[in-house]
Design a protein around this ligand. Sequence first.
Ligand SMILES: Nc1ncnc2c1ncn2[C@@H]1O[C@H](COP(=O)(O)OP(=O)(O)OP(=O)(O)O)[C@@H](O)[C@H]1O
Ligand SMILES: [Mg+2]
Length: 458
Amino acid sequence: MTQRSAPSVLIIDDEAGILETLRILLKNEGFAPITALGGKAGLDALETSSPDIVLSDIRMPTVSGIEVLAAVKLRDPQLPVVLMTAQASMQSAIQAVNEGAFYYIQKPFRNDELVAILRRAAEHRQLKIENVTLKQEIQRRDRSSVGNKPTGTSRSWLKVLDMVETVAPTDSTVLITGESGTGKEVIARYLHDLSPRADNSFMSINCGALPESLLESELFGHVKGSFTGAVKDRAGLFTAANKGTFFLDEIGETTPATQVKLLRVLQQREVIPVGGTESMPIDVRMIAATNRDLEEEIKRGSFRGDLFYRLNVIAIHLPPLRERRDDIPVLATKFLARVGGTRHEHPLALTPDAQDAMQAYDWPGNVRELENAMERAVILTTGDSIGIEALPERVTARRVEPLVAERAIINPTLDAIERAYIMWVLQSEGGNKSRAASTLGIDASTLYRKLARYETDV
Ligand SMILES: Nc1ncnc2c1ncn2[C@@H]1O[C@H](COP(=O)(O)OP(=O)(O)OP(=O)(O)O)[C@@H](O)[C@H]1O
Ligand SMILES: [Mg+2]
């Protein structure tokens, strides 16, 4: 892999001797080292330099390596962190890996071990950057060449597009609901593009992806010193999205405390940064999305009714693909044209058999599943057209409802049915456990526990 320039490594340790040794070692190995004596200096250096990798000791007085890691995740979740640990702090290293550290290395270590890990971290960083650029490029091309109107010709889809076109010029808050993969984000962007705010930013945040503490400081900003790692005032995303559109994705995943704060933002149109006292006015158009049934969540007490009514000013529901089957061939053609053109001379066509199978299949993962199936099919196909054999097995298998199949076994227990259902949902969600848990309406931890039990059962 080619590295554009020497990857810079921010080395953080509270022992000057070790710091210097590491600096010389890494310099000789072709890295560009930056050093910081202690965790506090490390945090400052994070604000002033932009390293490709952070290499930090775990055990340091005042600010520990774990706190450095937390600060890094806040600032740039893709920035790899390598933690150095003594045997005694093994436990905290394991916790760190769970929190997303790139790697940890146990002291004492050999120089070549450390260098190998850092090289891997540098590659990882480079790949992440390339992935992001590639994604942006695809999105850009998508917009300019195909136009950004979300594809679909079914009556229900055209009704959705009509609705979007009607509400786009207003500033009303919109709540988009629909199963996973139905195009909620696509619709949110389209709404923004048609709105008077189109020239300003579209800020999207996945409320389910960050722990509560990080989510709040990302959204509202924070003042210096409000928590370890907050070394200076930082504006939140609401402020950064000023005059633009703010997309709160997976709003159903927010905690009650965050919900209270969001309600305040919607009512008062102002934010108070974490640890601050003064509020700042904001001018953003809000769009929220969820694949949960929020009214059900309100009954269960996990979502605030007052927040729901503030969000649900205009409701746009995206029907699942199985309820708008006319869109299946149209979307397939679009995806084939997009991916096919790069690998084959002409976009590939589908054989009649393949078309029939796709038309009959239920697409539990909706448009995303269809898109993935088409990408896969293009890769698997060497001829001129995509036949049934290039489609995923679940698409072509005769549809046997798994629950019914399970019932065909004599007198299944409730446990067996639960298990079959869980496995089916998991498969429908493409193996994504957190999404499966959310569809099932249970905690991810409960799902993990159940899966672990099934594994020991067999
Ligand atoms: N009408 C459409 N036209 C073109 N592409 C679409 C359309 N709907 C969805 N897609 C594509 O399908 C994929 C899933 O769409 P999107 O991310 O908007 O779904 P979602 O409803 O937000 O899903 P999730 O609930 O899992 O977040 C994306 O890659 C998107 O580009
Ligand atoms: Mg989404």
